[in-house]
Design a protein around this ligand. Structure first.
Ligand code: HEM
Length: 363
């Protein structure tokens, strides 16, 4: 199933074929920011919300064939993604101590999960039905392909859900934190803007080809993935055999959770400034995020490594490049305390607890 998803959505060839979708949606986002920046005085924009709509619309168009917006379809997909991501990051007591599973019921955990499940199921039902009813000669996307090979509807919905959540929430979290760090570090922001403005055509959209060649932009992306990995605890694994590790005997079947967040802030590997956002550290380094080096694993490693690296790399580089090329950003929105609060929301994917709101002005 994974290889079918890769072939039909995540392969290099497919990722390249969605370039126009990315460009359309980023331009729509920029239009909204332009409207806010041309007010007098410029009005604040909720970047978290804009990035959510952007990533959601791009994944919907690429994987499901069209956008699904809450206004037209009455289904608030964006909220379902947020709610689900928060729920799976909470500690399900009953899963570890079955005799205490009643606690999950009392604290409303089970009910919340059923509610999200029901809302998402309605959404997927609609997606599948639309694809079944559509004229097969005029369209072909991931869902169409899956429908021809998978007759079990529940399995099919799970795969779509998996791709959808894995792709939307992570890319949104990345953009939210990368912009937060850029605004907190004005020197880095300035250097990045200088690179982008001097190596792309004035007043025009930065293309994906141009963004790929920008060394400092690529270093900024790596640094944001290092300091603020969107999925810090990976997919849980289980030991397949008994292992002795640093004097501890760990029996087969034990669950292992790998903490990429801690690994990527370890001062023995990254130096005493490991907690600082300093993209320069990547400029002369050959360290990459393809899972070969265990010091830097924002996309995981081994068999379960993220299959969406190409899909997301194409999206986040060009989004960042355009949004910082066209606008200068200020974070001094009231209440300042909330804006500068870096608290993370709980969840499998780590969002900001408070949305990122900033004031754009045209460059
Ligand atoms: C900045 C963006 C992203 C980050 C940081 C990220 C990170 C991760 C991580 C850490 C894992 C677990 C890997 C492991 O445990 O070894 C993962 C798995 C996965 N990712 Fe991503 N991801 C991103 C974007 C995407 C996108 C855009 C898609 C698809 C459209 C995607 C699809 C998946 C899938 C399907 C899995 C599960 C693979 C499996 O368990 O076999 N990801 N991702």
């Amino acid at each position: 199933m994974q290889s079918i998803c890769i072939q039909n959505l995540l392969s290099n060839k497919m990722v390249r074929s969605y370039e126009k979708i990315r460009e359309d949606e980023i331009k729509l986002m920029i239009e909204k920011v332009e409207n806010a920046s041309s007010c007098s005085p410029p009005s604040p924009v909720n970047l978290s919300q804009l990035f959510m709509t952007l990533t959601n619309d791009i994944i919907c168009r690429a994987a499901l064939g069209r956008k699904y917006s809450s206004k037209e379809d009455g289904i608030d997909v964006e909220n379902i993604v947020r709610a689900f991501s928060a729920l799976v990051g909470e500690f399900p007591i009953g899963e570890y101590i079955p005799s205490l599973s009643w606690i999950d019921k009392i604290r409303g955990q089970d009910h919340k999960m059923e509610e999200v499940d029901k809302r998402f199921d309605e959404f997927l039902e609609r997606v599948v039905k639309e694809h079944e009813d559509a004229n097969k000669d005029t369209r072909s996307d991931l869902v169409d392909t899956l429908l021809t090979i998978q007759s079990d509807k529940s399995a099919l919905k799970l795969i779509i859900w998996d791709m959808f959540l894995a792709g939307t929430a992570t890319s949104l979290s990345f953009l939210e934190w990368a912009m937060t760090e850029l605004m907190r570090n004005p020197k880095v922001m300035k250097k990045l803007q200088e690179e982008i403005r001097s190596s792309s055509r004035q007043g025009l959209f930065v293309t994906e080809k141009e963004a790929e060649k920008m060394d400092y932009l690529q270093a900024v992306i790596k640094e944001a993935l290092r300091l603020r990995p969107p999925a810090p605890l990976m997919v849980p694994r289980v030991f397949s055999e008994d292992v002795t590790l640093k004097g501890y005997n760990i029996p087969a079947g034990t669950q292992v959770i790998i903490n990429a967040w801690a690994i990527q802030r370890d001062t023995t590997t990254w130096g005493i400034d490991a907690e600082e956002f300093r993209p320069e550290r990547h400029l002369d380094s050959i360290l990459d995020f393809q899972g070969q080096d265990f010091k830097f694993i924002p996309f995981g490693s081994g068999k379960r490594i993220c299959p969406g690296i190409g899909f997301t790399s194409a999206l986040i580089g060009v989004t960042l490049a355009n949004i910082v090329k066209r606008f200068n950003w200020r974070m001094d929105v009231e209440p300042q305390r909330v804006q500068h609060d870096l608290t993370e929301a709980t969840g499998l994917v780590v969002f900001r607890k408070f949305p990122l709101i900033a004031i754009p002005s045209s460059a």
